[in-house]
Design a protein around this ligand. Sequence first.
Ligand code: GLU
Length: 214
Amino acid sequence: MCGIVGAIAQRPVSAILLEGLRRLEYRGYDSAGMAVLEAPGKLNRVRTLGKVARLKEELAATPLPGTLGVAHTRWATHGEPAVRNAHPHVCRNRCVLVHNGIIENHEPLRQAQQAAGHAFTSETDTEVVVHAVYDELAAGYALADAVRRATTRLVGAYALGVIDIQDPDRLVAARQGSPLVIGVGFGEHFIASDVFALLPVTHRFIFLEEGDIA
Ligand code: GLU
């Protein structure tokens, strides 16, 4: 297990994301990370090995300003616990995402993506997802369509929070086999692995069904 939190709001989100991660700690994890969009094309990311408290210290030194972001606690399945393997993962300053679950067909996807010119920066199964979404964005698809098209090629389990680094007005969520809820606010929305993560910001929830993209 492990956890995802995401937010799109009209106020800074990093403290909301951090508190969400803290509330997901009970699920277990080995590393944590957060990425927040400061402006179109300007994404800032902090990742740490170990506890969310350590991520909090890093964020004190390196604040992540912005109103759209995703955060993650990782329970390593592919690739050792290490900063380079911690989420969020980024492709070519265009796409960033967090993932809970396991992509079973990551090997053939990785080989095809490497052959097509993608450079891998981690040993995770997750990284094939961010490159797959990037390819669809680069082909001209809007983010939700890009995620839909990319996920049709995935075998396995995933909950995803995805951002197009060029588009500050959209946060896309997808789930198949791993839990994910939407927290509905006023002029702001959230995603998380469970409702407990979001109780400080909303009590209204939409529970994603298997195969949903939002
Ligand atoms: N399989 C992914 C990884 O090893 C995600 C693990 C998780 O669900 O935290 O990075």
